[in-house]
Design a protein around this ligand. Structure first.
Ligand code: NAD
Ligand code: ZN
Length: 271
């Protein structure tokens, strides 16, 4: 009787299989979560002790209904901003996870990077912005909820530090919010549609650094698999979709792709 594959492999044991799957694919989607940015100094959402786990998220409904909630949201935003600024300016260029994604992109067969992250780090790492689909928006700027006017964080911060008041739109007086999707806020339709199209068109879907629990984004890996794509999951902890995956690697993203590159080099392959 054939032995069953274990549910997940270590980076060293999974590297060769990963190289095979990538080598055989024509159209790859990379799907990322907070775990691709932890080595840039931005804590993920669910790991214990992370700055995010100390605060209950502020829902969209609360943000819109209450000036106090908006004040608190902006206070938290500016408290976290130094991590994002440092990551954008320097750390992302040394990040093994982002280097791995660039190497994948360099195969010329990545059609999209679908991200749940709001940190703008794929773009900062050198991936063309048009290839990145942001499901949860972008925290590096703000928009007016009423007229969609863009507002820059530096201007908001200056005024916030002076007055302690949450910002109002200079064009229409509306509520200004980071250009991110909060809990309770509708998903951006165009991005969801594009993400679904890319997922259905892919023949290899690689999920990196996501606990795969935030819906509806986390439905995409299962949709890809049901549609006939091969599914790879690389994450430090188990996910609910590991059993469905063609390859689930339990371990560090950078280490996994170092093993992938080694395996390519061993085979003399450049894809
Ligand atoms: P998550 O925190 O739920 O899951 C991240 C997973 O990555 C964890 O299971 C963790 O074990 C794993 N991980 C961390 N570092 C890793 C590494 N180096 N190698 C392999 N695995 C690693 O994140 P999620 O699934 O993206 O959901 C969180 C939500 O919060 C998202 O909607 C996202 O928008 C938001 N968020 C974004 C950021 C960001 O933009 N950087 C950070 C925190 C939260
Ligand atoms: Zn406005």
């Amino acid at each position: 009787m054939a032995s069953r594959l274990p549910k997940s492999l270590s980076p060293a044991d999974g590297g060769a299989r990963l190289a095979q799957l990538i080598g055989a694919a024509d159209r790859i989607v990379v799907f990322t979560g907070a775990g691709v940015s932890t080595d840039c100094g931005i804590p993920d959402f669910r790991s214990p002790g992370g700055q995010w786990s100390n605060n209950m998220p502020i829902s969209f409904q609360d943000f819109v209904a209450s000036a106090d909630a908006r004040r608190e949201a902006w206070r938290r935003k500016f408290a976290m901003q130094p991590f994002f600024d440092a990551a954008t300016a320097t750390t992302v260029h040394e990040s093994p996870a982002h280097a791995a994604i660039r190497a994948l992109n360099d195969t010329g067969r990545v059609s999209a990077i679908i991200t749940q992250n709001i940190d703008n780090l794929h773009q900062a790492s050198g991936i063309p912005a048009e290839r990145v689909i942001e499901l949860h928006g972008n925290g590096s700027y703000a928009t007016c909820l009423d007229c969609s006017e863009r507002h820059e964080l530096d201007d908001i911060r200056r005024a916030f530090e002076e007055t302690g008041d949450p910002p109002a739109c200079s064009a229409c007086g509306g509520i200004v919010k980071t250009a991110t999707v909060s809990f309770g806020q509708p998903m951006p339709r165009a991005q969801m549609r594009r993400a679904l199209g890319e997922t259905l068109a892919s023949d290899l879907f690689i999920a990196l650094g996501s606990s795969l629990v935030v819906m509806p984004a986390a439905e995409l890996p299962a949709i890809a698999k049901q549609n006939g794509a091969a599914l790879v999951i690389v994450n430090n902890e188990a996910t609910g979709l590991d059993a469905l995956a063609d390859l689930a690697i339990r371990g560090d993203i950078g280490e996994t792709f170092a093993c992938w590159m080694q395996s390519r080099a061993d085979r003399g392959a450049n894809i």
